[in-house]
Design a binder for this molecule. Structure first.
Ligand SMILES: Cc1cc2nc3c(=O)[nH]c(=O)nc-3n(C[C@H](O)[C@H](O)[C@H](O)COP(=O)(O)OP(=O)(O)OC[C@H]3O[C@@H](n4cnc5c(N)ncnc54)[C@H](O)[C@@H]3O)c2cc1C
Length: 398
């Protein structure tokens, strides 16, 4: 079995069925470059930054070089790639550091996809290329203090049209990257027609303030913020013209949910690799933990979770490539993969005994980070309700 010093071009031992063969040669090389970057530049510093709850800005250019920002869009893709590769990349990121994977998900998946899908050609041309190079950073402001799971109906932030401008008032919560983002996509309800619309709010706009959420116990590298919007004036030219209602926001979430499912597999793989290395070395009763039947049983269950999740994610990505991915497919992938991840990291933590809750032994960070990945971009409940609606034809959200 692999350890955390896996050679960068070797297949992952946790990829037990060889799913990586689904990548094209170009995508395979890109994955090797990404793994190399994550091992060299991110793994050595991740624990300390996590412990200090700080973001390592120095990794942004390297992530851009690896093609992590906007791989889906013609303006920013560095080579021809598929949803399968983008998913695999999320696995590679999550396997080393779930916070880095989340940072990329916010910049590339949530923010750039909102601009690409909802923006005019001028907005795409203005924002996507510098964001693709990592020169400008973005955030996605949907969740509010009083509206999380019910964002489709419960958004209270308002947008009021005044001539060629809009005035935004309200508050946002949990917004990743917001403390340093150059642009934040703010989702607000139009006071005239009651529909959700998207606005590009630039850092420094009067009335727009952020404050970092402190004492967070998962994904501590990600800088999540509370945002206050107090009479923020935004030009009509900075409204996303192709967003007409929450249905259009859901299209962005469908794409990102499938990638969060892959990220969750990466989190499970990272914890599993650290655990396999640990049980091979730690001795009790005069023998390595790895030699005990109950330990091997747990490892087999972890590998089963990982393998089933990759299979599910792979097919979801293939459906995305074929333009057949529905909300319910993305929701099943996210709900299933994050549940199996949560179970896997808990078993891994258990297999390290007390060291499972101590950062230096390589599993505690995955264990903690998994909780956030489990809850964001739709909790397990919300995703299963989307699937349940598809199964039964009955919406059971309220
Ligand atoms: C680390 C982190 C990063 C995040 N980044 C961002 C970001 O960048 N941008 C952004 O907009 N948001 C972000 N979020 C917010 C995230 O999407 C929300 O936390 C998530 O949608 C859940 O909302 P909530 O926390 O308000 O929980 P709530 O909606 O209050 O839910 C609490 C519990 O009630 C359950 N529940 C709610 N309604 C129902 C129902 N009808 N039936 C059954 N159970 C129900 C939920 O499943 C959950 O278990 C982030 C969150 C975290 C933790």
């Amino acid at each position: 079995m692999t350890t955390t010093d896996t050679p960068v071009h070797a297949p992952l031992a946790a990829d037990f069925y060889g799913f990586q063969e689904a990548l094209t040669p170009v995508e395979h090389d890109a994955s090797a470059r990404l793994r190399d970057f994550m091992e060299r530049e991110v793994r050595p510093i991740a624990l300390d930054y996590w412990d200090r709850a700080e973001f390592p800005h120095q990794i942004v250019p390297g992530l851009a070089e690896c093609g992590m920002f906007g791989a889906m869009w013609p303006e920013t893709a560095r080579f021809e790639n598929s949803a399968v590769w983008r998913g695999w990349a999320a696995l590679e990121l999550g396997r080393v550091d779930p916070s880095t994977a989340t940072f990329v998900g916010v910049q590339s998946g949530l923010t750039m996809s909102s601009i690409a899908l909802g923006g005019s050609s001028e907005q795409r041309a203005q924002w996507l290329p510098p964001m693709g190079r990592g020169e400008l950073l973005g955030a996605f402001g949907l969740t509010e203090p009083l509206s999380g799971s019910d964002a489709s109906k419960g958004l209270r932030t308002t947008a009021e049209r005044r001539g060629d401008t809009w005035v935004l008032n309200g508050a946002k919560r949990w917004i990743g990257n917001a403390t340093f983002a150059d642009v934040v996509v703010i989702w607000a309800r139009d006071t005239a027609d009651g529909q959700v619309k998207g606005f590009l709010v630039r850092r420094g706009t009067p009335g727009f303030t952020t404050s970092k959420i402190e004492r967070k116990q998962a994904l501590r590298i990600v800088q999540n913020a509370d945002i206050t919007l107090d009479g923020v004036v935004v030009d009509e030219a900075d409204r996303l013209p192709h967003i007409h209602s929450f249905r259009d926001v859901a299209v962005v979430l469908r794409l990102t949910r499938a990638e969060v499912a892959w990220q969750a597999v990466g989190v499970a793989v990272g914890a599993f690799e650290a655990t396999v290395a640990y049980v091979g070395q730690r001795e009790q009763f005069g023998r390595p933990l790895a030699s005990f039947q109950l330990v091997q049983d747990r490892l087999a269950q972890c590998l089963g979770n990982i393998t089933a999740s990759i299979a599910l994610c792979l097919q979801a990505s293939r459906m995305q490539d074929a333009d057949r991915l529905g909300d319910e497919h993305a929701a099943l992938a996210k709900g299933f993969a994050t549940s199996r991840m949560r179970e896997t990291v808990a078993w891994c933590r258990e297999l390290l005994g007390g060291n499972g809750i101590q950062l230096d032994h390589g599993v505690a960070k995955f264990f903690a980070d998994a909780e956030a990945v489990y809850s964001f971009e739709g909790t397990r409940d919300m995703n299963n309700l989307i699937v349940g609606r598809a199964i039964t034809g009955v919406s059971a959200f309220v």
